[in-house]
Design a protein around this ligand. Structure first.
Ligand code: AHR
Length: 654
């Protein structure tokens, strides 16, 4: 007895050592049996399980998805002057730049960049340059649309606008913009220009110059330049990034983010009414991730982004708590914020006979947007004043009264709230190391099914930077398998953060799903894992059992009842092959061919990057089943998504 016991422990210890990477031998782990009965559905899978969550972090919008090429187009000044702008003085010309706080084209943009030209040299080029968001992406045979607001004193114009290569000084594209002499009341006018490139090599090493050739004073504000955008939407988004988001097969967009909703102080919250309407009427605001947001991507642009991807917004409303600890006292003080939320829902969903629906139509979108979920606040467990239950109740009561059809999401449990103001859904967030993510996979298995549903509104396995490595992708895949298994409870889930500009100084959060610079973008291994899981998801979880698998083996088996397909996801996060006896009840005799998408890397640390974007990508192959039982080995450090066509009837057992 004792001998058997100690032998077992020894074998176990060796196995664990190998599985954790202590050994490099490739002997397989013990064979496991995975039995699946696709005709027995034990849980429904939420049709909205996978979605997107973003916010202005890591230059996700300004310097990211929002296609504006000009950095700090609204001349926001810091102690070092307006970031991104420098003086251009060619051939002995002289000019001085200053942020002028006394004049601007609108009440929202009441400041401007003053360019005082003392002398224009022989070459006649004096003015300003903008470096872009760590460069400006220039592509061959492409038309760029630009505009600016200007006011002038003296015969200083016309303004010459040029895209110039940083390395060679070559002018890549140019336009001449005559200035109108005497301008309207406040002296400001809006000008448009177009820049078209020829056969240039794509690069980011370019900048924009606006110059004049005569002395005088020129004031500039809202200097803008856009490349072609996704769906050709004016004021729209980068094509490559939108295509990457579409490939994730998302069902919703949680907007306008986590901390970005709250702001550091109440005054810095996402004040949606200041983010709509003409760009010149948007003041911008200090975002919590240490930089200024122009709000060019404002509430309507978020909604249009949803529309472009054919997904729904999950609308997060500011709920009276900001990150540095300020909160609004529930009751009278909170009323204006509750009213703002009601107005916001009306802006999103109201028809044009409503005040805010009409405002949306005026902003260019008469049709209302679909909506099912409203989230009240973000991570309110950090509000140490304990005011969230009462704040939540006040918002919930008002929203329920006016919009009983929408489901309300609380950001932390609010058990002490009256039953009528109970949330429909709780938003849970998880940021974990790979080891901790593997350990978390049974978290929801025994969670009560009688209370609110769960929205995993932020989650990520984090160790790689700036984007997740393959070990993180394995953690993510294990976690997604567990969310699919528990998707009767988990109605939605969104990875965070989604986007990162990988240039030095652009990033605030160390592990982010998709990386980019001004010209190129790439998907991390975790990105590809998510694309695969989301694109191959059934509507029910099949009855399964597993015996003898190693501790770092994870799986999910869902069935699409319409196409009669079993989607089997296998995750081997150990360094050993995992042999499996796959037994699929009811598959029947004969041969069956499954499509397999495999994501694999040699090490945990292996990754993709801006310079090596395709190191790890899914590879497609086939797997043949002969009868209901098949021997299949999942290679070490491997994620497989197997689609097996079924010929059987599917029954829900719950
Ligand atoms: O995703 C980054 C941040 O993490 C979010 O802004 C916040 O909600 C969470 O703490």
């Amino acid at each position: 007895m004792n001998t058997i016991f100690s032998l077992r422990s020894l074998v176990g210890a060796i196995w664990v050592g190998l599985a954790l990477g202590a050994g490099h031998a490739q002997q397989p782990a013990a064979s496991a049996t995975l039995t699946i009965d696709p005709s027995q559905i034990v849980n429904p899978v939420s049709p909205t399980l996978y979605g997107l969550m973003t916010e202005e972090i890591n230059h996700s919008y300004d310097g990211g998805l929002y296609a504006e090429m000009v950095r700090n187009r609204t001349m926001h000044g810091s102690w070092s002057g307006p970031e991104g702008w420098t003086v251009v003085q060619h051939g002995g010309s002289a000019a001085a730049l200053e942020v002028d706080r006394t004049t601007g084209p609108s009440a929202a943009l009441a400041e401007s960049l003053r360019v005082k030209v003392e002398s224009a040299g022989e070459s006649g080029a004096v003015g300003v340059a903008n470096s872009g968001w760590w460069g400006m992406a220039v592509r061959p045979r492409t038309t760029y649309h630009g505009s600016f607001y200007a006011k002038s004193e003296g015969e200083i114009g016309p303004v010459s606008v040029k895209l110039i290569n940083d390395n060679t000084g070559a002018v890549i594209a140019k336009a001449e913009v005559p200035l109108r002499g005497s301008s309207p009341a406040n002296g400001w006018s809006r000008y448009e220009y177009t820049l078209s490139t020829g056969d240039v090599t794509p690069s980011t090493r370019n900048h924009l110059e606006l110059t004049v050739s005569r002395p005088g004073t020129l004031w500039l504000q809202l200097v803008s330049l856009f490349p072609p955008t996704y769906d050709n939407t004016p004021n729209g988004n980068r094509i490559d990034l939108m295509e990457r988001l579409a490939a994730m097969h998302p069902h919703f967009l949680r907007l306008p983010g986590g901390n970005y909703l709250e702001g550091d102080r109440i005054a810095d919250r996402f004040d949606w009414k200041k983010t709509i309407g003409p760009l010149v009427d948007r003041p911008g605001h200090q975002a919590p991730w240490s930089y200024w947001s122009t709000d060019g991507l404002g509430l309507l642009e978020f909604l249009e982004w949803c529309e472009d991807l054919k997904i729904e917004p999950v609308l997060a409303v500011y709920a009276g708590y900001s990150l540095h600890g300020e909160h609004v006292t529930p009751g009278k003080d909170l009323e204006p914020y509750v009213q703002d939320a009601l107005d916001e829902v009306q802006y999103v969903t109201g028809d044009t006979s409503t005040k805010w629906g009409a405002e949306r139509a005026k902003d260019g979108h008469p049709a209302p947007f679909p909506l099912h979920y409203i989230e009240i606040g973000n991570e309110d467990q950090f509000d140490k004043s304990g005011s969230y239950p009462a704040r939540f109740a006040q918002f919930a009561e008002a929203l329920h009264k006016e919009y009983p059809q929408y489901k309300l999401i609380a950001t932390t449990p609010v058990t002490e709230t009256e039953a009528a103001a109970q949330p429909d859904v709780i938003d849970d967030h998880y940021y974990k190391s790979p080891a901790d993510m593997f350990a978390l996979v049974h978290h929801y298995d025994d969670a009560p099914r009688t209370g609110p549903k769960v929205f995993v509104g932020e989650w990520a396995t984090r160790s790689g930077t700036p984007t997740p490595n393959f070990g993180d992708a394995l953690g993510d895949a294990a976690w997604m398998a567990s969310m699919e298994r528990n998707s009767d409870l988990i109605v939605m889930a969104s990875y965070a953060p989604l986007l990162v500009n990988v240039n030095p100084g652009a990033m605030q959060w160390a592990t982010d799903l998709i990386g980019y610079d001004a010209l190129n973008s790439y998907g991390s291994p975790s990105y590809y894992a998510q694309c695969l899981f989301s694109a191959h998801l059934g509507d029910g979880t099949a009855k399964t059992s597993v015996n003898g698998a190693g501790p770092r083996f994870f799986y999910s088996a869902t069935v699409s009842s319409d196409t009669h397909t079993l989607h089997l996801k296998l995750v081997n996060a150990s360094n050993l092959p995992q042999p499996l006896n796959l037994s699929i009840n009811g598959l029947g005799t004969g041969r069956h061919t499954a499509e397999v998408n495999t994501l694999h890397a040699a090490t945990f640390e292996a990754t993709n990057s801006i310079t090596n974007p395709d190191a790890i990508r899914p590879v497609v192959s086939t797997l043949r089943f002969s009868g209901a039982e098949t021997q299949h080995t999942v290679a070490p450090l491997t994620i497989e998504v197997i689609d097996l066509p079924l010929k059987l009837s599917i029954e829900a057992t719950r």
